[in-house]
Design a protein around this ligand. Structure first.
Ligand SMILES: *[C@@H]1O[C@H](CO)[C@@H](O)[C@H](O)[C@H]1NC(C)=O
Ligand SMILES: *[C@@H]1O[C@H](CO)[C@@H](O)[C@H](O)[C@H]1NC(C)=O
Length: 192
């Protein structure tokens, strides 16, 4: 009886330690993005700057997780969701959904679709505390209120175990003439 019991305890112990791992096994390429996985939130540190709009403060919650693998594609993606709101009015800003992966050459790809009417295909490089993505292709609904985006650079910087920053720089049909202009900057705290 007592040996049966200890056997049960050992199995329960093994299961409870193994299950979290089996849900969070990134392949060797995606392991480079392990630092970005998690739930990140900024209550009101976000800032929007743009020549044609007043500077605004926003909050955002970013969730990045290992996503189930589609058998047909057999590519492991992280899924990505970002929801932003105005700090002053609490108006909803935008939602963005997407998938993120690192290829065998070590380059990252992020695909997003947002209710601002844009879809993006971004590629770039990942290092231990930094992910820099630039726009490779973009789709935009014809009736969007926003100007066409001609280029975009998105940078995630992990400051430490608790803080991460995202900076989006872009170029639209009207601003700037060349290169990028900073559009948003937000510092997130990692949630448990
Ligand atoms: C990401 O995948 C996880 C695991 O399947 C799932 O629980 C979560 O809802 C997904 N998140 C998004 C934003 O699709
Ligand atoms: C990976 O990114 C680097 C730097 O942008 C680029 O030179 C290289 O061609 C890319 N490799 C692949 C396989 O896309």
């Amino acid at each position: 009886m007592s040996s049966f019991r200890s056997h049960v305890y050992v199995s329960v112990f093994l299961l409870s330690t193994l299950i979290p791992f089996s849900q969070q096994v990134l392949n060797e390429h995606n392991q480079k993005l392990e630092w970005i996985v998690g739930k990140w939130r900024s209550e009101f540190s976000g800032k929007i700057f743009w020549p044609t709009v007043p500077t605004m403060t926003f909050g955002e919650e970013l969730v990045i997780n290992e996503a189930p693998i589609a058998k047909s594609a057999n590519v492991q993606f992280l899924n990505f969701s970002a929801r932003a709101w105005s700090h002053s009015t609490k108006d909803h800003f935008h939602d963005e959904w997407g998938f993120l992966t690192v290829d065998p050459a070590g380059n990252a790809t992020l695909m997003t679709t947002g209710n601002n009417g844009f879809t993006t295909y971004e590629t770039g490089t990942v290092s231990p505390n930094k992910l820099v993505l630039t726009l490779k292709d973009i789709g935009r609904i014809s009736f969007s209120r926003d100007l066409p985006v001609e280029d975009l650079r998105r940078t995630f910087i992990r400051h430490d175990d608790r803080y991460m920053e995202q900076v989006i720089e872009m170029r639209t049909a009207t601003h700037p003439k060349v290169g990028y202009l900073e559009h948003t900057r937000v510092v997130y705290t990692k949630l448990k």
